[in-house]
Write a protein that binds this ligand. Sequence first.
Ligand SMILES: [Zn+2]
Length: 110
Amino acid sequence: MDESQKEAIARAITSEIEKIEGEIPRLRELSQPVAPDSALGRLTRMEAIQQQKIHEANLRSLEERLVLLNNARRRMNSDTFGGCLSCGEDIPLARILALPHCTTCVDCAS
Ligand SMILES: [Zn+2]
């Protein structure tokens, strides 16, 4: 993996992290428990609770992804970055760009 490839990956990871970090505060707010007596406008309380659960699930998966991305960013400085941890082959650049946190090639992931 050469430097320009690494740079492309670093950019992809950083922009993804920024996107997620921008999204999390909004989701945190949306996934606050629904107050028993809150005025909900058009939504029934049941609908509001359903929405809240969805936001909560989204928030959790984004937070997990953020951890993986930060790990990937740290790993970028090591020699093994970009190689499959399982078979040692290079992971195709397109795969790393799509899934910056992946640590295995397609063959080993399946
Ligand atoms: Zn592999």
